[in-house]
Write a protein that binds this ligand. Structure first.
Ligand code: SAM
Length: 347
């Protein structure tokens, strides 16, 4: 198996069969072999720098009904909220003072936020913080909507593909949602000029090693600037409430593999990883990740943006949560930098 990791490092891709073999045979020794290579690649391209993105959870209203997600339309047990432009700008202000130079506006697919409202918000953020990058993560929209957001000044867009296997996709989503449309959105975003992020949940229900292999093949073909990889974690008010969470080990293994496939990618060590293990975010960095996305949302809405159970950082003020994370990252020998952290095609 180690020879397959050597080949992946050299050629940045393997056949589906080889990927399935690697994923099905992962073990602690292979993990260490992979992580050493992934960390070396990351170090060569980024040194010890860790980029930060300030996450602002804009709305927990959603018209979709994804089977895994705590803010799905059918969940009647959550209190819904929307942030105002003023609240969003106040989050940016706090973040800017802490050294954030990228803000991420994430939310459910909420029809209240029309393109006009979103573009006005983009304009307000970009004119107040012209030296900052703005990332959107607002779900599936039309080509024209994405184009309008880009023209209004948004720089990047995160839209996890969730799974590259259509049969698997259909087991995670209701019939009203389509694999083909999600794919089309990703290609539209890229064609418009956004820096684009795709991604998956590791250990989502019905996910086989073949699905993860397909995910890697898709990432290689799509060549995104960012890849979001976190474990699936059940939420008690969803159809997947009784399903087991994805593992720390497989999530780290996927981060390591993706680092070898896409050496320059911006790869977050996710909040979900920090939720399944107390040192999850540090361990993600030690597997090849180079981005963290601390939460800047107002404290009073944190508990309402519960995608999964036991989500961390729902009780901390942005400032104290950030300082704690900074200490943890310092401790493992990395440093958080004040930088937009744009994608660079080198090395
Ligand atoms: N609505 C936008 C979209 O669909 O891309 C952005 C918000 S959505 C809640 C962001 C991501 O949360 C999804 O892409 C999904 O991978 C992740 N997510 C949702 N439920 C989750 C769960 N139970 N465990 C882990 N991640 C989850």
């Amino acid at each position: 198996m180690k020879t397959l990791i050597d080949k992946l490092e050299r050629e940045h891709i393997l056949s589906k069969q080889e990927l399935v073999a690697l994923i099905s045979n992962r073990n602690p020794e292979l993990d260490q072999y992979l992580f050493a290579k992934a960390v070396a690649v990351r170090r060569k391209n980024f040194g010890n720098d860790i980029y930060i993105r300030g996450l602002i959870e804009l709305t927990n209203f959603c018209k979709n009904d994804c089977f895994y997600c705590g803010i799905r339309k059918s969940n009647r047990n959550i209190e819904r909220y929307r942030l105002t432009d003023e609240q969003v700008l106040a989050c940016c202000q706090t973040g800017y003072e802490l050294g954030f130079r990228t803000f991420v506006l994430q939310g459910g697919e909420d029809p209240y936020f029309t393109d006009d409202r979103i573009c006005t918000m983009i304009g307000a953020i970009k004119s107040s913080y012209p030296d900052c990058a703005l990332t959107l993560s607002l779900g599936e929209k039309s080509h024209a909507s994405y184009q309008a957001y880009y023209q209004a000044g948004a720089d990047r867009y995160l839209l996890r593909h969730e799974t590259a296997d259509e049969t698997h996709y259909n087991k995670l989503h209701p019939g009203s949602m389509s694999f083909a449309n999600r794919r089309q959105c990703l290609y539209d975003l890229k064609e418009i000029g956004f820096q684009v992020g795709c991604g998956i949940m590791v250990g989502s229900p019905y996910q086989a090693a073949e699905c993860l292999a397909e995910d890697i093949l898709f990432m290689h073909e799509f060549d995104p600037e960012m890849v979001g990889i976190g474990p699936f974690i059940p939420h008690h008010d969803t159809p997947f409430a009784e399903e087991p969470a994805g593992s720390l080990e497989m999530t780290m293994f996927m981060l390591g593999l993706v680092r070898l496939v896409l050496p320059n990618a911006l790869l977050p060590s996710t909040t979900a990883l920090g939720t399944i293990h107390p040192q999850g975010r540090e361990l993600g960095i030690m597997a090849g990740a180079n981005v963290v996305m601390p939460n800047l949302s107002p404290l009073e809405v944190r508990r309402k943006y519960l995608l999964y159970d036991n989500k961390i950082c729902t009780e901390d003020e942005a400032v104290e949560g950030f300082h704690e994370l900074q200490r943890k990252i310092d401790k493992i020998g990395y440093r958080i930098v004040v930088d937009r952290g744009d994608y660079k095609k080198t090395g």
